[in-house]
Design a protein around this ligand. Sequence first.
Ligand code: C2E
Ligand code: MG
Ligand code: MG
Ligand code: MG
Length: 287
Amino acid sequence: QAKHTGRGCYSYYQEALEQQTNHKNSIRQALKQAIANDGLTLAYQPQVSANEQLYGAEALVRWHDAELGFVSPAEFIPIAEESGLIHQLGDWVIQKSLSDLMNWQQQGLQIGHLSINVSPWQFALSGFADRLIELVQVKGLQAKHICIELTESSLLTDLKETIAKLNKLRAYGFRVALDDFGTGYSSLAYLRDLPIDILKIDKAFIDELELHQSSPLTESMIAIGQHMSLDVVAEGVESASQVAKLKQLGCDVYQGYYFAKPLPEQQFQVWVSQHKRQQLDMGNDTI
Ligand code: C2E
Ligand code: MG
Ligand code: MG
Ligand code: MG
């Protein structure tokens, strides 16, 4: 149809838009099914401390669809957020990751703390904190082993309310991480006011460490975290030289392909067991 309009540019643009909308719609439909039919899985990515000990692990949602193949969360999370599916999805992620944590603990596998990504939409719900607390209680877990990861965008809509919510969660024992730090538009004044425990420096700033002679922004971000007595986690660490640089700058914790990719639950357990055995062999027996 569009081809007959004679306005090539516009119709091409319109067609591309339509295709995009169709693609989004099919993702939304399929995602809805996946959530209802237990079609999602979780991967876990280890976080390693400067002394090589396991600091924790981040739960990352995974989705393989029969027709669409593997779809990246970077693609389907925004669609879930637009369509409201994020609430069911987010609740599933919390339930599943807490169940896994409970199983690991019952097997004597200590993973440090479990980090869970929470969407701004989930966090904005008034019942969020109570729901999280309820699930933690049902599983017989301690909040101190659980960290929620929030991005700046979830924290800045209503700063007063955000602070109250974070205080409630932290009073209960949860840890709070500011994810993708440096990529948002917030001012440093917010950072001062937010009751958080962990600063996650976005991969873009870790990449800087090798691209340039000096990386003043990355260095400053790490220093800010240190001065505020926050744990500083580097995201997307891919090389030994990045680790060396980060260590030198005083960054405490590393997460990235250099140590391990996000792993399916079984493989994650194997990785953790092997890592702990290596630590024991090396005399790092304070596990
Ligand atoms: P994020 O929370 O910042 O997660 C880190 C992302 O970096 C993950 O991508 C991880 O696989 C990737 N990554 C880790 N190390 C490396 C590395 O060394 N190199 C490279 N190139 N990438 C690395 P992933 O799993 O595709 O997730 C993308 C984003 O989707 C996450 O970013 C998060 O914002 C969102 N997401 C993932 N799972 C969930 C979830 O359960 N709930 C919510 N609300 N969002 C989620
Ligand atoms: Mg995260
Ligand atoms: Mg991140
Ligand atoms: Mg990120």
